[in-house]
Design a protein around this ligand. Structure first.
Ligand SMILES: *Cc1c(COP(=O)(O)O)cnc(C)c1O
Length: 358
């Protein structure tokens, strides 16, 4: 068998350990998963009801281009329906972007540490990831702009950034957008955590879309909307780019339950507000406790906290054996998703005991 040579470079994505798997391994009942930035409140009740109602028609194919969801998003975001594409998670849209824009030897610029999918999608197309280190935990936009060459086609930004939770400001972004435009580079801003952001300096990317033909913004129903298991995300961009992305989309990429659940979740302001509130309180609590324990968490605009940590792999393995799933970032940091208050408290208690033991 001959497999495409360039695929050998790809490091397969490692998801956070599923709760069910750890339960089987440890024979523990009480597992706390704070590893994958999921909403601890669960899906919106409206989304759950919409899915129950849709079950009897599951013998039918879904509507391929998600007309109702597109209509609702277009109205909510005040964009044209021809500026929207819906994906099987925003992850799928990141792959569409790579398929539409990258070929053998082309380059895509991205930050490191960052969301691994940008690199995987780039390498999938036999293109070259150009990784630019963060500066003090934040995207180094100046350095990223300097790494644009004649071969660069895409530049990925994650705002707020996963895994650090830090965000870039409107001022800083505008400069990079201009540089990218001069060099015909498409800038992708991944806003998977958009709804959690409080920072006043956070860019209004939809306003920037009005004046930048080289910008695409991706968002997700997996995070604040609590629908990670269904796989729905979307992108907003210029109609010409959306049209190109539609060419690589399989006919029924978003299933019927996902479509109706996302549509219902969009109307559930109560669930959204509760999720924002719970997250803010959780961040404040965990950040204060981590600082009291001697750690230095970065300020987070998302639903997780990142802090530098020596021997992070061994640290997280030890917590895993106690039923707590965190995410090590390499061997030098950890990321904690904000959980329910009792989950956050259990984590803090475990960290305190661990520290006392040395
Ligand atoms: C979680 C996450 C996503 C969301 O992916 P989906 O495919 O929509 O579930 C996208 N980008 C980043 C940076 C994320 O952390």
């Amino acid at each position: 068998m001959k497999i495409n040579e360039h695929l050998k470079k790809i490091q397969t994505y490692k998801p956070g350990k599923p709760i069910a798997e750890l339960k089987r391994e440890l024979k523990l009942e009480e597992i706390v998963k704070l590893a994958s930035n999921e909403n601890p409140l669960g899906p919106s009740p409206l989304a759950m009801q919409a899915m129950r109602d849709a079950i009897p028609t599951l013998n039918r194919y879904p509507e391929g281009d998600c007309p109702l969801l597109k209509q609702a998003l277009a109205a909510k975001l005040e964009v044209g329906e021809n500026q929207l594409i819906i994906g099987n998670g925003s992850n799928e849209i990141l792959i569409f972007l790579a398929q539409a824009c990258l070929g053998h030897g082309d380059e895509a610029v991205m930050a490191v540490p960052g969301f691994p999918v940008y690199k995987i999608a780039t390498q999938m197309m036999a293109a070259v990831p150009v990784e630019v280190p963060l500066k003090n935990g934040v995207h180094d936009l100046e350095a990223m702009g300097c790494r644009i060459t004649d071969k660069t086609r895409l530049l990925f930004l994650c705002n707020p950034n996963n895994p650090t939770g830090t965000s870039i400001s409107d001022d800083a972004l505008r400069g990079l957008l201009a540089t990218a435009r001069d060099k015909n580079v498409l800038v992708v801003i991944d806003e998977a955590y958009y709804e959690y952001v409080c920072d006043k300096a956070y860019p209004d990317s939809l306003a920037l879309l009005k004046t930048n033909e080289n910008l695409v913004v991706t968002r997700s129903f997996s995070k604040i909307y609590g629908l990670a298991g269904l796989r729905v995300g979307y992108a907003i961009g210029p109609p010409s780019i959306v049209e190109a992305l539609e060419k690589v989309r399989q006919p029924f990429n978003v299933n019927s339950l996902a479509q109706c659940a996302a549509l219902a979740a969009l109307t559930d302001d109560e669930h959204l507000e509760k999720s924002i509130q719970l997250n803010r309180e959780g961040i404040e609590y965990l950040a204060a406790e981590l600082i009291a324990l001697g750690y230095q968490p970065l300020p987070s605009q998302a639903n997780f906290i990142y802090f530098p940590l020596n021997a992070a792999q061994a640290f997280c393995r030890d917590l895993l054996s106690q039923g707590l799933i965190l995410r090590p970032i390499g061997d030098t940091a950890a990321r904690i998703t904000i959980g329910l208050p009792e989950e956050n408290e259990r984590l803090v208690k475990t960290l305190k005991t661990k520290k006392e033991r040395g």
